[in-house]
Design a protein around this ligand. Structure first.
Ligand code: CA
Ligand code: CA
Length: 160
């Protein structure tokens, strides 16, 4: 949230502006903006007002029977003060592997995907959230996480 938006928030609280000028300022959805919501908006201004997606962690999943494609669990957090209903795409080592649908403020979502071989560098893979930057965020510079590439012999050797 910018200073301009905070001023709009104050304007709404004083009845000068319609609530639609800053719906995000009305945190509890009661149709009015109160002092505590202005304070919350001011705090939010320190971090801007919006979505901030970050890759939380990646975990190798066991493969049933020891044979099959290596699967990983990917967890994405939204550490921003606002949620999003947008589809959030993510890529592993520059290969698009999946998306999640929406993420509330402070929420986390985890999904299982097949680990795409190739693209590792020095045994490290990367998880990139919103790789094509479809979603504007407070911070676009915290969307990449490096993690150790799964050992090729662990799960997806030749299955007979
Ligand atoms: Ca981000
Ligand atoms: Ca983005």
């Amino acid at each position: 949230m910018t200073i301009d938006e905070i001023l709009k928030t104050i304007g709404v609280s004083l009845g000068d502006l319609d609530l639609s000028a800053c719906v995000a300022g009305d945190r509890n959805g009661d149709g009015v903006i109160t002092i505590d919501e202005i304070i919350a908006a001011t705090y939010a201004a320190l971090n801007a007002c919006g979505v901030d997606l970050v890759p939380a962690r990646v975990r190798e999943l066991p493969c049933p029977g020891g044979c099959g494609p290596q699967r990983i669990e990917v967890c994405i957090d939204n550490i921003g003060p606002l949620g999003t209903n947008a589809a959030i795409a993510f890529a592993v080592s520059s290969q698009s592997v999946g998306e999640i649908r929406g993420l509330g403020a402070g929420a986390e979502a985890c999904v299982d995907v097949v680990y795409p071989r190739g693209g590792e560098s020095d045994g490290q893979a990367t998880l990139t959230i919103d790789p094509d930057n479809q979603i504007p965020e407070i911070n676009e510079d915290n969307n990449v996480l490096s993690f150790p590439a799964p050992n090729p012999t662990a799960c997806d050797p030749i299955c007979s």
